[in-house]
Each structure stands twice: as C-alpha cells, then as structure tokens.
Design a protein around this ligand. Sequence first.
Ligand SMILES: Nc1ncnc2c1ncn2[C@@H]1O[C@H](COP(=O)(O)OP(=O)(O)OP(=O)(O)O)[C@@H](O)[C@H]1O
Length: 579
Amino acid sequence: MRHARISPLAAFRTFWPLVSVNRAAVLVSAVLLVAAAGCDAGAIGIVGVLTDDVLTPGDLTAFWGPAALWLGLAVAGAGASAAGGYLAGWTSEHFLLGLRDRVFQHLQAVPPDALDRFGTGDLVARLTGDIETVESLVASAPVELITSAAGAVVFAVAAFWTSWQLALITLSAAPLIWFGARWFGTLMRSATRAERDSNGRLATLLEESLANMPLVQAYGRQQAERGKVHREGRNWMRAGLRQIRLSSVYGPMGELVETVSVLAVIGAGAWQISEHHLSVGGLLSFAAFLGYLHPKLQELGEIVVSASSATAACERLIEVLRTGTVRDDAPRPDVPPLAEPVRGAITFEDVGFSYPGSGDPVLDGVRLDIAPGLLVAVTGPSGTGKSTLGKLLLRFHEPSRGRILLDGRDIAGLPVDEVRRHITLLPQDSMLFDGTVRENILYGRPDATDADMIAAAVAADAHGFVSTLPDGYDSPAGKRGNNLSGGQRRRIALARAMLRTAPVLILDEPTAGLDDDSTARIMAPLRRLTAGRTTFLITHDLRLTAQADLVLHLSDGTVTMTVPSLPARTGPEPEPEAA
Ligand SMILES: Nc1ncnc2c1ncn2[C@@H]1O[C@H](COP(=O)(O)OP(=O)(O)OP(=O)(O)O)[C@@H](O)[C@H]1O
C-alpha cells in the first residue's frame, strides 16, 4: 500500500494550527535555553583567561575576579536551563494532550463502519505512539532547533573570535553532517513507517485475539493465535532492528567526523602556537568551545533525522484526520427546526444508498411513510440492508439519493446531534462500559434522577437482579459488562434506552443470542419500551414480527410493506415487576 508522503515542514504546517499552543511559553523557553548556552560560552571564555593570567604566571590574586564571574554565569546558566527545559516540556505535554483530544474528537464524528478499516488496536497505536512522535516533531523539535542552532551560532562565533583559522577547519565538517543527516533521515523515515504500521497491525491482532479468547480457548486454537502474534511480533522486531541498525551507524559516523575535525584542529593549533599566533590558553578555550559546538552540530543533524522519521507518524495521523466525517453543516435555512414535542413520524422519499467504494446500491428507491408510535418490524434475508436503514436514520451515512424526513423535516438539513437526540438505538451488542450498573444505565440520560433510573430499571425488568448484586446499582458491570449474563446485559441496555425520552427507537435484533427463557423475560420490557414510540424493530424472530403494527420486508434494495396476520399491541400492557 502506498502512503501519501509529506515533508517535515508540511507536517508542521498541518499539525501546528490544530492545537492552540501557548506561543509565549515556546518563545520564553527558547530564549531561556539560548541564554543558558550563552552562559556556557561565557564560562568557557574564562578558561582561557584563567590559563593565561592565573595558571601560566602563577598569580593567585588574578584568580578571584574570573572565578566569581564563572560562578555567576554557572548559576545563571543552570537557572535558565532548568526553567527553559521545564517550560519546553510543559508546552510539549500540553500540545500532546490537545492533539490527542483533537484527533479523538475527529474520530467521534467518523461513521463507525469507516473506523473498522483501521482496526481498534491500530487506532490505539495511532492515538498513543504516533501522536507522541508527532509531538516530538511539531512541539519539541522547533524549540530544540532554535536552541541547538542558537547554541551552535554562539559557540561558532566564540570559536571564530578565538581563532578564525581553527574555526574554519572545524566548520568545514558541518556540510558533511548536514548531508549525512538528510540521507539518514530518508532511510529512517521509511524504516519508521514500517515500524509504526507493524506496531498498529500487532496491536489490532492482540486486541482481536484477546477479545475472542473464549472462542480461542474453546476451539483449542491457542497455538494458531500464538503463531499469528509471533509472526506479527517478528515483523515488528525486524522493523525495529532496521531502525536500530540505522541509528547505530549514524551516531559513530558523527563521532568519526568529530575525531577527524579535532585532530585537524590540534595539529593546526600546535602550528599556530609554534608561530606565536595563539596562546596555550587560547587553544584550551578553543578546544572547550569545540567540545560544545560539536554536540550542537550533532544535535542539529539528529533533529533532521528524527524530523524525517517523525513524518511517518504524521502521515498515519493525517490518514485518520482525512477519514470523512458525517456531514454536519449549519442547519439548512429551508429546513425549519423540529417542533417540540417531536412526534416521531418517519418518511423515506425515494431513498437510495450505496456504501462508499461499492457500486451496488444496498437500498434503491425506498418509500415509506410511518405514522408516529407505530411498531415496524424490519425483516428480510441477511445482507439486504436492514441495519443500513437504521444507520441512515441515525445519519451515520447520507442517502445517495432521496430524503428521510422526521416530522416532515429533512434530517439532512438538521444538526446531526438534534436528529440523534430524538432517536434511541438499542444495538445488537449491549455495549456496556467498565463502570457501575448505575453509570451504565445513566449513560442514556446522565442528568436523570435516581427515581427515574430505578423506574427505567423496573420497566426493563432489571431492578430485581440488580437489587441482588452485592452493591446494588453501584456494583461493577465489569469490562464490556462481563460480570453480568447475556440476558442481564440486555436488560441493562434496555433500561438505558428506556431512560432516553426519544420518540423514535431502532432495535437491532433485540432477542438475538438469547435462549427462550431470556427472550420471554425481555418481551414485556420490550413492549413497554416501544409503547408510544415509532419503532424500527430489525429482527428475524417471528415472535417479535407478530407484535408489530407493520412489517417491512427488504429484498433487492426495495421494501414491501405488510400488516402482520396477528394484530400485535392488543390486550393489556404488561405490568412491570415490583420495585
Ligand atoms: N461499511 C460497509 N461498507 C461496505 N458495505 C457494507 C458495509 N456495511 C454493510 N455493507 C453491505 O451492505 C449490505 C447490507 O448490509 P446490512 O448490514 O444493512 O444488512 P442486514 O440486512 O442488516 O444484514 P443482517 O441481517 O445479516 O444483519 C451487505 O451486502 C453488506 O455487505
């Protein structure tokens, strides 16, 4: 798979405006770090003075002035370095937090199926490792670049001031370091891209394998799963080793260049001293400047290398940010806001839909007119578009043609949040969170009172079993609700849906996977939930179809509508269990 390639500068321009960074903090930290480098340079200059004025003549009285100045510079340098370093770190951490929030916010607006192509583990890798790498390029690298470049300039000027001939010899290595860094940067970038992609694939594999552990163990497939994890782990290791090989060559190559340059300086310095163009103190100062200048040049080279390799992570994040979100323009002026209370009348006007990238229409010219409060069973063979109908209602996707109306308003012209506020989805998978039972029920309406919550649990036939849990509503549901049985999870999900007061309901196979007893237990709560709400009940279960006011049968993209032979909502509404 080919990836869009971007330069470090383009990556910086993409990500820098995404997060509001405290620019004053960036500037102050850079100034402080440059000041620290200035103090170091000043202190080194004093080495030469001490050598020539104190050590060579053996004059202790000349020691105290330069010594006090050196100490003062050391204290000021340490203070500036500590404050500048902290401020730079503070900016980086805030940038990281802001960028992760921003990318996560984008993901929340992407239709759920569009996220599937990444895989959960890979998305986690992008939101953690890749974001940190982007931070290193966009927030940390500019400060490092400014301070290293300023440090290099300060020490280079000081070196020129001491001996311009020796300084020229030293700086002749700079172009070598620069081109070397560019070349290594290109190699590191492709190595990093391979490493990040492999990391994402391994994370997805691990996530899937761990989530499916009951199946893996029950089918005795542990060895096969171990094999898959090992193979992907080996790919990751190889990609990591390629990075290590490159960086282990880059460091020593820089040191080699430095050694050659130092030897040349010592030789030329010795010749200058013999010609009386330079004092021993001057050569010592120069050597000390060199000791500081070379690391700065090396740092600049490393910034070039790591900036190039960081673009690989930038590309992976840009892929996420370019994944299309649900269109949520400003409300269309021709669509008046919904009149409260929303009744839940649903109309499909000649609706057609194809998934992006697949030519065949899933729905083709669907026309429906559903009066408020009707229970509509949606049936049809697998893959005929029953769930797709619900996704269009929730605006996870937009119809390719036609319109969907809620109480006569085109939902495409209303804010997405407004549409979803009036629709409750009860997905096939109960989707509980790792919190308490209370938190899971209140997810439907966080500001509901305890009395409302308990009333919803009673109506969902959940109150009885919740009361027997050790901590009642404060008992942990476990990861994905694992502390509860399948039927109990379903009833908690029902209570959560009950708490929402939305007039439209989408139930996706509410009895799938439940045995007869559990199905029988949720029938009455289901009828209470659907009462008075326009309900789309996606189901293959004939017991549920028989309860409906209308049955929609999907086939070949079109819909036929029938009235079930057994009229449904007749007879008294079943009473909820006693609280
Ligand atoms: N995200 C997607 N991208 C591409 N095609 C999709 C996507 N989701 C579903 N489809 C295709 O659209 C068609 C309708 O899918 P949908 O899930 O709506 O069917 P369904 O009637 O609900 O099936 P089932 O009864 O098996 O749940 C199927 O052919 C499916 O392969």
